[in-house]
Design a protein. Structure first.
Length: 371
């Protein structure tokens, strides 16, 4: 059940009207007596659930839940959990309200199961604020819209569903090639500098991805390819950003597919993976004694990635800073519910490049779970 406990003034509503739209802005001011219980947005009027509003008024503990695509990953869920807890502690110090945080998700990437888990959490009243990592953006539009209709403020983290009724997106810039810190361009610039420093000419690139249909993957591949082609105009490519070799996300499956691919493409001297697969590519290159002539770069961080970077089998990986993404979302929702402020649009978090110069720092951070 939802009820409008208090409607903001016209002036305040106007300031919040950009919520959940695609711009990149932050707006809002303190509302002395509590949260904005009704907000006019580009997609309609959001009305906070009466049960959440009651908890806010009573200063009861709030439950913030983030749905991630897979909990089997060694790195991402741990960083997300650490970032959320750190932000929750800061909110408690700021507002005097306890914020409990929880990461949910399937064992392996499974959008159907992930969506079902989100639906169950919302229906059971377990989420006073919700964040979703929509691994397949369009497939998550309905569940995000349903959550906001139920009166639960909902955000996207790491990957976006821009057509949904989310309030804001906290994650990397995957698709805006003209925007700041676009992840494909960031990787491309690193590789150009690395190649220049080491007097390496890249002749043939293979584009590899977990899901070639995902907009975030396409954006990364396009940004990388455009940047590399500017430096190496004659570079050849295997695959395109919309039709790259697709491995899925399961390590055994990636290894099996990439062993066959690498054997069948002996002239490829650089592999760009849009997500987790570069760690497995690096492992294969090391086993085949190819790392002096064939190289790879990818994204994310876990113990295997760190080992492969340390061994020189992976040139670098771009740590998306899941900790900062998750922490920034928790802060934003806490400020919304407890401080009457709202952040909207695309709140980009730049990646941190991890190579042999700073891999020890990444290993220490992963081991400690600290942000």
């Amino acid at each position: 059940m939802r009820s409008s406990l208090r409607v903001l003034t016209v002036a305040t509503v106007a300031g919040l009207a950009a919520a959940a739209c695609g711009g990149s802005s932050t707006s809002g001011g303190a509302v002395p007596t509590g949260a904005p219980y009704s907000i006019t947005t580009s997609w309609g009027t959001f009305t906070l659930s009466s049960s959440i509003a009651s908890k806010i008024q009573a200063k009861q503990p709030l439950n913030f839940v983030l749905s991630f695509q897979t909990l089997s990953s060694v790195g991402a869920p741990a960083f997300i959990a650490a970032g959320m807890k750190t932000a929750a502690a800061a909110l408690q110090a700021k507002y005097g309200v306890t914020v409990n945080t929880r990461v949910i998700g399937p064992a392996q990437t499974d959008p159907v199961t992930q969506i079902s888990q989100v639906q169950q959490a919302v229906a059971a009243g377990q989420a006073d604020c919700l964040a979703v990592e929509p691994v397949t953006p369009d497939a998550f539009t309905s569940v995000i819209n349903s959550a906001t209709t139920s009166g639960v403020p909902t955000y996207t983290v790491n990957t976006d569903s821009p057509q949904s009724h989310r309030f804001a997106y906290y994650g990397p810039n995957d698709t805006d090639l003209a925007g700041a810190n676009q992840l494909g361009i960031q990787a491309g610039q690193y590789v150009v500098n690395w190649a220049t420093t080491n007097n390496i000419t890249i002749h043939k690139i293979a584009l590899i991805t977990g899901d070639t249909t995902a907009p975030w993957a396409q954006g990364r591949m396009q940004g990388f390819l455009t940047t590399l082609q500017a430096k190496f105009p004659s570079v050849q490519t295997v695959g395109t950003p919309t039709n790259a070799f697709t491995t899925g996300y399961d390590d055994p499956g990636i290894i099996s597919k990439m062993q066959a691919f690498i054997t069948g493409h002996p002239d490829v001297d650089f592999y760009f993976d849009s997500d987790w697969g570069a760690k497995d590519i690096g492992k294969i290159l090391g086993q085949m004694n190819l790392t002096s002539t064939v190289h790879t770069v990818g994204y994310n961080i876990d113990s295997t990635y760190i080992d492969q970077v340390s061994a020189g089998n992976v040139v670098a990986t771009l740590d998306q800073r899941f900790d900062l993404q998750a922490g920034n979302w928790v802060t934003a929702c806490g400020d919304l519910l407890l401080g009457g402020k709202t952040a909207t649009g695309n709140q980009y978090v730049p990646a941190t490049v991890v190579d042999q110069t700073n891999v020890a720092d990444a290993r220490q951070r992963l081991a400690s779970g600290a942000v």
